[in-house]
Design a protein around this ligand. Structure first.
Ligand SMILES: NC(=O)C1=CN([C@@H]2O[C@H](COP(=O)(O)OP(=O)(O)OC[C@H]3O[C@@H](n4cnc5c(N)ncnc54)[C@H](OP(=O)(O)O)[C@@H]3O)[C@@H](O)[C@H]2O)C=CC1
Ligand SMILES: CC(C)=CCC[C@@H](C)[C@H]1CC[C@H]2C3=C(CC[C@]12C)[C@@]1(C)CCC(=O)[C@@H](C)[C@@H]1CC3
Length: 330
């Protein structure tokens, strides 16, 4: 039976590299590129067909930052005769709007004992300016977390099937930080670290999803692709600046193995998960794509800094928010 794989944010960066690598592992999969811009999605499909002619690739229009769009996309999938189940759901689309580097924190960090950690995680170095969506949600939360959560809830009948397990895989980050997240302000309306908060939220959500859905055959995992050169990182510093500091980055990689730099290497953990039995995965681990000093790729599971009560409390808040939005829709 063909495996059915859906990838959000599949038209560029890590998502596109993932699709290419998945087709290299198994060119018999049915791959669905879920993107907000159909022109970019068509270009991505054409590029994938160039390297894998004959691959079975469908497109789905979805803006995960808009609840209306997510519901419409889910409806389209349910109505389409092509889908009866989903084996892998890659929740990869993500944004970091208006990033700013805190140069004071950078200089202070550089001469502290946390310098390496700071480079590996970007901790304390970045701030963002968030906005409010048409649904009245914080954009980063809506895109990176809630839109994906609603998509997953809508696709439940495709994911929870008795005969076979399914795996949901979140593109999280080493930038996810407990102190950037608050249960009382889970959309991060107050602070300036909405990206870090949203990624911590995906970690919590993944843990709660395992607790609620494993019995129904649905498993969830989180991944950090490492620091990868994509549109997202070129929004932080322009390409020429990254080239300028590349020797420093490569030097730090020798110590940390945490910078994968290329989208191909960044997709390592995402592809690795495709090859695993979902029930063999650790629900409390984040799977990191790593590249050694010599350039070889490998995957490292790291225990996440969270507790299951907080995960459950956050999950209940998301269910409340979902109920609220569904009432508004009707
Ligand atoms: N790059 C890095 O160093 C790291 C990235 N990550 C995570 O990896 C994931 C992929 O990022 P990356 O490849 O780097 O970034 P890119 O900006 O290259 O890709 C992001 C993808 O998400 C899509 N996207 C953004 N917003 C929406 C939306 N509202 N609806 C649908 N699709 C959307 C983009 O589509 P469009 O082309 O239309 O904008 C694009 O296809 C993100 O979740 C990111 O947080 C995690 C750690 C490190
Ligand atoms: C100004 C100079 C000379 C250096 C600044 C480097 C930082 C901009 C850079 C160092 C570590 C990077 C990093 C990220 C962004 C850019 C840095 C802070 C991320 C937060 C990008 C997105 C992610 O999800 C993380 C995995 C990255 C962690 C490292």
């Amino acid at each position: 039976m063909k495996k059915v794989v859906l990838v959000t944010g599949a038209n560029s960066g890590i998502g596109l590299a993932l699709c290419k690598r998945l087709l290299s592992v198994d060119d018999q999969i049915h791959l669905c590129l879920a993107c907000r811009n159909m022109q970019r999605a068509e270009t991505a499909r054409a590029a994938l067909l160039c390297s894998h002619p004959g691959a079975d690739i469908a497109l789905l229009k979805v803006d995960v930052g808009s609840l209306k769009s997510v519901l419409e996309a889910a409806k389209e999938l349910k109505q389409s005769k092509r889908y009866r189940r989903l084996d892998y759901l890659y929740l990869n689309a993500g944004i970091m709007p208006n990033p700013r580097i805190d140069f004071n924190a950078f200089i202070n960090g550089l001469f502290s004992r946390k310098a390496i950690h700071m480079f590996a995680t970007g901790e304390g170095l970045l701030t963002q300016e968030d906005q409010v969506t048409e649904d009245g949600l914080q954009n980063v939360f809506a895109t990176n977390v809630f839109g994906h959560f609603i998509l997953l809830r809508e696709l439940e009948p495709f994911l929870c099937q008795s005969e076979k397990e399914s795996l949901v895989i979140w593109s999280s980050s080493s930038n996810a930080r407990r102190s950037a997240f608050s249960l009382t302000d889970y959309q991060h309306t107050q602070g300036k670290e909405s990206y870090s908060s949203s990624k911590y939220a995906t970690d919590l959500l993944s843990v709660a999803l395992n607790n609620h859905y494993n019995k129904q055959g649905l498993y969830s995992s989180v991944v950090c692709p490492g620091l990868v050169m994509t549109h997202l990182t070129y929004g932080i510093l322009p390409p020429f600046f990254w080239t300028l500091i590349l020797p420093i980055m490569l030097l730090i990689r020798m110590f940390t193995n945490s910078f994968t730099l290329s989208p191909y290497n960044g997709a390592e953990a995402l592809v690795w998960l495709f090859k695993q039995k979902p029930e063999s995965l650790d629900p409390l681990a984040k799977y990191y794509s790593c590249t050694s000093g010599l350039g070889s790729n490998y995957v490292k599971p790291v225990k996440m800094d969270l507790d299951e009560e907080a995960a459950e409390a956050f999950y209940q808040k998301l269910l409340d928010l979902e109920t609220k939005y569904r009432c508004w829709q009707n």
